[in-house]
Design a protein around this ligand. Structure first.
Ligand code: ATP
Ligand code: MG
Length: 251
């Protein structure tokens, strides 16, 4: 899909840009999504474009939290749809979660394009529901458009995975008592700060990593899963990520 050899030192980042640009052309990703991608790339560059050990620990705690959940939902926007559609379906199948499309600037056309995109990436075959079109419930404390969720989806979820979420919405979800797994490359982002489990990593790496941990934990007892969640320290994980960025040292 991308006319650059894999040996190119910036291959991953060029591939990411290519997918986002293609997402914009296809009506999946918004123009604001391009800007969010740029901000993310800068942080990824400073992290060394790798999954730091504290992010891998966070991914394992996230997998445990998702395995313990009664009603887990993976919230997706236009960037996630462009970058990791198949990987998101795979994670949803691994932890028995629904996918819910949730857009900052919601239009019916973009909602439909994204739902169709997840179907093209095997959602139906994997038995994964793709929600978001009903929008029959509201998150309290947010303006009308951004508050829209499905009553059977995020509206009644106990654990929500929110990659690249804006800070307000992440805080409003937390205030509802919903546990949140936030995937965000910026450890200073408000979204990362309010998360139950913040994963400071690129969604391109983090989504498959959480799915791998979830499969690895398929035989774990509830007590063991609870221990993993309990022993995870969100503040320490954010501090470790910030330290990796500031020091430029490999952990
Ligand atoms: P704040 O959370 O500080 O209030 P914001 O969330 O409103 O800011 P945006 O620029 O809209 O700010 O959010 C984009 C966020 O998504 C940034 O924190 C950026 O690091 C993150 N991001 C962008 N691309 C990726 C990616 N591929 N993987 C993970 N995170 C990403
Ligand atoms: Mg944010």
């Amino acid at each position: 899909e991308l006319d650059v050899p894999e040996s190119h030192p910036r291959y991953q980042s060029l591939l990411t840009r290519h997918r986002i640009a293609e997402g914009v052309d296809r009506g999946i990703t918004s123009r604001q999504g391009l800007i969010a991608e740029g901000r993310g790339e800068a942080f990824d560059y400073l992290l060394g474009e790798r999954t730091i050990p504290s992010a891998d620990d966070a991914a394992r705690a996230a997998a445990a939290l998702l395995r313990l959940a009664d009603r887990p939902v993976i919230s997706v926007n236009g960037n996630v749809a462009a970058l990791v559609p198949g990987e998101t379906v795979d994670l949803a199948a691994a932890v028995d979660a629904d996918v819910e499309v949730n857009l900052f600037d919601r239009t019916d056309e973009r909602m439909r394009a994204i739902v169709a995109h997840f179907r093209d990436h095997g959602a139906d075959e994997a038995g994964v529901a793709v929600r978001g079109v009903d929008a029959d419930a509201r998150i309290p404390g947010l303006d009308h458009e951004r508050a829209k969720v499905d009553a059977d989806g995020i509206g009644s979820a106990d654990v929500v995975v929110v990659p690249l979420e804006d800070g307000d919405r992440a805080a409003a979800l937390a205030a509802m008592g919903t546990s949140e797994v936030v995937i965000d490359l910026n450890p200073l982002s408000r979204s990362a700060q309010v998360a139950t489990v913040p994963i400071v990593d690129n969604v391109i790496r983090a989504v498959p990593t959480v799915a791998d941990h979830a499969r690895d934990l398929s035989g774990a007892s509830r007590a063991e899963l609870k221990r993993l969640v309990r022993e995870f320290d969100a503040e320490a994980a954010l501090a470790a990520a910030e330290d990796a960025i500031r020091s430029g040292r490999l952990e």
